[in-house]
Design a protein around this ligand. Structure first.
Ligand SMILES: NC(=O)c1ccc[n+]([C@@H]2O[C@H](COP(=O)([O-])OP(=O)(O)OC[C@H]3O[C@@H](n4cnc5c(N)ncnc54)[C@H](O)[C@@H]3O)[C@@H](O)[C@H]2O)c1
Length: 300
């Protein structure tokens, strides 16, 4: 099946884990791939040309791919990644912002550089890589492109020890919502993924939570994310934008977005007596809504 024949996809952090599986899958579906990866350690330190292996695997399988080792955390890096893809393949249709690192600590123990490094790779990394692509789309009036961003349960729901990562991943969801509005004129869809997969970033966390890790099980490994991404990149998904898809443990779901659940109007300035009754009522409404959503979200 070549649903992505002749399309060109940039995938950041595609040297291993989720990004690598996306690169292999999109290549199988006919896309030419710019495999970006700095080859960093889980905390963002170090460099290694691991992108080469993925490129070799794609070429050996009959596909086309080019490696790029720039860091997404610099503005110039984002531009270089885009330029490499355009110069090699003559066009760019798809951007998957996937590169990521972790610096997990409670806020009490977090150093300024733990905060800055996470913001630089995740949040600014999305900006750095998306801006050249978005400008190219506008300058060429190019239609039907795809941007897919990687958020996380940590940013969308919350997770202990991840104020830095959670803030960046929540920021990515906000970035995607506004960007989807800006790109709609060009029929470029912008969607967000909340993935869950056993990779070097999560295996230790899974084990410490008492979960058994079996990398041969597709419901645990990073392969489960890739077909969904390929589908979102296909023509069948041309009208699907501004959504958050959760893909984890063999389930695929769509997530709710922030919205007002219940509200009151007052003729005058809110007084404290009013708030004594309204505020608990609003919190109750939210709890009821959460319960309903929990039931609706059960896999079918
Ligand atoms: N694995 C999960 O369960 C999970 C859950 C939620 C979100 N995510 C997100 O999914 C994405 C992929 O995570 P993964 O689990 O596959 O991790 P991974 O560590 O297996 O892969 C991430 C890749 O990004 C590369 N990278 C790091 N910093 C970079 C930089 N500055 N420039 C370019 N490349 C860089 C790394 O070298 C690595 O190869 C990340 O954004 C992560 O935050 C993963």
């Amino acid at each position: 099946m070549t649903i992505l024949k002749d399309k060109v996809a940039i995938i950041t952090g595609a040297g291993r884990g989720i990004g690598k599986e996306i690169a292999l899958c999109l290549a199988k579906h006919g896309a030419n791939i710019l495999v970006n990866d700095l080859g960093a350690n889980p905390d963002g330190s170090g460099e290694n040309k691991i992108a080469d292996k993925v490129v070799t695997e794609i070429i050996d399988d009959g596909g086309k791919a080019l490696a790029n080792y720039d860091s997404v955390d610099s503005f110039q890096g984002g531009q270089n990644i885009f330029n490499d893809a355009l110069n090699e393949f003559g066009r760019v249709d798809i951007l998957i912002n996937n590169a990521g690192i972790l610096r997990d600590k409670t806020l009490f123990n977090m150093e300024e550089n733990d905060w800055d490094a996470i913001m630089a790779v995740h949040l600014k990394g999305h900006f750095n890589c998306t801006k050249p692509f978005a400008c190219y789309i506008r300058e060429n009036n190019k239609l039907d492109c795809r941007i897919i961003n990687m958020s996380s349960v940590s940013g969308l729901i919350g997770n202990f020890g991840q104020t830095n990562y959670g803030a960046a991943k929540a920021g990515i969801a906000g970035f995607s919502r506004s960007l989807s509005l800006e790109m709609s004129k060009y029929k470029c869809t912008v969607n967000t993924i909340s993935p869950g997969a056993a990779t070097r970033l999560t295996i230790d966390l899974m084990k410490s939570a008492g979960r058994e890790v079996d990398l041969e099980n597709w419901k645990q490994g990073p392969k489960q994310i890739a077909p969904v991404i390929a589908w979102i990149c296909s023509d069948n998904a041309k009208d699907i934008t501004n959504q958050i898809f959760h893909i984890s443990q063999g389930t695929l779901g769509i997530m709710q977005q922030p919205a007002v659940i219940k509200s009151y109007k007052s003729e005058g300035l809110w007084n404290l007596k009013q708030l004594d009754s309204l505020m608990p009522d609003l919190v109750e409404a939210k709890k009821k809504h959460d319960k309903e959503v929990e039931i609706k979200g059960e896999p079918v």
